[in-house]
Design a protein around this ligand. Structure first.
Ligand SMILES: Nc1ncnc2c1ncn2[C@@H]1O[C@H](COP(=O)(O)OP(=O)(O)OP(=O)(O)O)[C@@H](O)[C@H]1O
Ligand SMILES: [Mg+2]
Length: 240
């Protein structure tokens, strides 16, 4: 479970996250929607300790992320993150790219790392692309490789930050299909997304972010189909 309590984050004088409270339970899929600059990416970065918070607490399965004793490497093994774009190592094959972190970070032997990487690449539909180089993949395939890379660490949580927004429209569907499959597998996920239809379909809850706060949160039916706050209504009008 991820428990976010009164979290504040500033960059210098810029107060970006202004007291967010949020609990994400095991197996839950939460989508975060909201305008550009509202603090969505920043919150994701705080959850896996890539950014330090100034106030509040973030507790992942009982471990306080901002405790100086928190093992951030261990935390990041358990929380996979997929960004808009991931720069794979161009001189390594798809398989080698996915094997890298389990080998280096988890210290797995070659055989075990390869078996897991093949399994995850097959799971995301890239079983026939193991030995090609990343530049030989389409954008959608590259994003699926990034998902496989995160899954190869056997994470308990997956965070997605606009994983489809750098893709050509015809490639979005295949990446969304992969994310949908993960949700059906029971993965606990937080998705920052502009794909409102997808958020409605896969999410247990949707949070609308506005000016560094969760302005409205509820089921997709509540927040997307029947929003209550004027800002949510305005935002949804602007994106559909
Ligand atoms: N490393 C940083 N240093 C300084 N300011 C930052 C940094 N990262 C983000 N910001 C600022 O924090 C604010 C929130 O940024 P953030 O990336 O969290 O927004 P977002 O909701 O993800 O927006 P988008 O939908 O455009 O991705 C912005 O004003 C941004 O310029
Ligand atoms: Mg962002």
């Amino acid at each position: 479970m991820i428990e976010i309590r009164n979290v504040h984050k500033s960059f210098g004088d810029l107060h970006v996250v202004k007291g967010v409270n949020l609990t994400v339970k095991k197996g839950e899929v939460l989508s975060i929607i909201g305008g550009s600059g509202s603090g969505k990416s920043t919150l994701l970065m705080c959850i896996n300790g890539l950014e330090k918070i100034q106030q509040g607490s973030i507790v992942v399965d009982g471990v306080e992320v901002n405790d100086p004793n928190c093992d951030l490497n261990r935390l990041r093994e358990r929380i996979g993150i997929v960004f808009q774009q991931w720069n794979a190592f161009p001189h390594m094959t798809v398989l080698e790219n996915v094997m890298l972190a389990p080998r280096k970070v988890l210290k797995w032997g070659f055989g075990k790392a390869k078996k897991e990487a093949v399994k995850q690449l097959t799971h995301v539909g890239l079983g026939d692309k193991l030995d090609v180089f990343p530049s030989q993949l389409s954008g959608g395939q590259q994003q699926r490789m990034a998902i496989a890379r995160a899954l190869a660490m056997s994470p308990d949580y997956m965070l997605f930050d606009e994983a489809t927004s750098a893709l050509d429209p015809q490639l979005v569907g295949e990446v969304l299909d992969t994310m949908r499959m993960l949700s059906e597998d029971g993965m606990t996920m937080i998705l920052v997304t502009h794909e409102i239809g997808f958020a409605r379909e896969v999410s247990d809850r949707v949070a609308f972010f506005h000016k560094g706060l969760i302005h409205e949160i509820g089921t997709p039916q509540e927040v997307i189909d029947n929003p209550q706050k004027p800002e949510t209504i305005q935002f949804l009008k602007s994106v559909v």
